[in-house]
Design a binder for this molecule. Structure first.
Ligand SMILES: [Zn+2]
Length: 247
């Protein structure tokens, strides 16, 4: 069983201008394997820690605070001779991301660069393989159907992506005690979970698994911690548990 960890690059929400947008990196044997979301400023933080561009990126949903730095990654990848970074995208999001980033005859004045060639699109549905790991992709609840998608390795970690509570998912698919990195702010809104939502929607037996991210300010983070929840901070690294039982 390989040694896995989740490193937190950013834990802020779109409106948290003093915090980096929420973004995580799955590390395997201390090496970065998968960047999870790529909002503004994330690529710089990634390069500062790892000294390279990401080889693989998972996109949870097409809000700018989760995808804006794909543009920067595209430009950087145009001008190096490394293999194209693989961009794992839930299939329903492919048209949206194409509209956002590839709806133009030429993205570079120099020409000769197709967006989904410089960045290698890997459309995914229920899951995908990377580095010997079988990731699971499941729908979250954010704005509308087929818009935001959670990512998990059963028994190792569950990343909710932006979402309202998803008890029907977490009570069944994150039931081995693994850490659950969960979208939450101190106060709920129609798009995101709040502390009161978590208490109401989730069985208390999984509260200890919750690691909250996507908050608006350090003050809100402190408020959620005061409610008894774990709150993740940029720069933290979480060693992931060994798989309890094969699924
Ligand atoms: Zn969002």
């Amino acid at each position: 069983m390989s040694e896995l960890a989740i490193h937190v690059l950013g834990a802020g929400s779109a409106g948290a201008t003093e915090l980096l947008p929420s973004s995580f990196v799955l590390e395997q044997e201390r090496q970065p394997k998968l960047l999870i979301d790529c909002g503004p400023g994330v690529l710089g933080a990634y390069k500062a820690r790892y000294g390279q561009l990401p080889d693989a990126v998972y996109i949870s949903h097409p809000h700018m605070d989760h995808v804006a730095d794909l543009e920067k990654l595209f430009i950087a990848a145009c001008f190096n001779d490394k293999p194209a970074p693989k961009i794992y995208v839930p299939a329903p999001l492919v048209p949206r991301l194409t509209d956002m980033f590839d709806n133009h005859p030429a993205q570079l004045a120099e020409g000769g660069a197709n967006f989904w060639q410089v960045l290698q699109l890997v459309a995914v549905k229920s899951g995908f393989w990377l580095s010997g790991l079988n990731f699971r992709v499941t729908p979250a609840r954010h704005h509308q159907p087929d818009f935001s998608f959670s990512l998990s390795l059963p028994g190792r970690f569950f990343f909710t992506a932006d979402t309202r509570p998803i008890p029907e998912v977490l009570h069944h698919l994150a039931a081995q005690g693994e850490p659950i990195f969960h979208d939450a702010g101190l106060i709920a809104n129609p798009s995101h979970s709040g502390v009161e939502d978590l208490k109401r929607e989730y069985d208390a037996r999984i509260w200890h698994q919750l690691h909250l991210y996507h908050y608006t300010s350090e003050k809100d983070a402190a408020g959620m911690a005061a409610e008894g929840f774990k709150v993740v901070k940029a720069g933290e690294t979480f060693e992931l548990p060994v798989l309890a039982q094969p699924t």
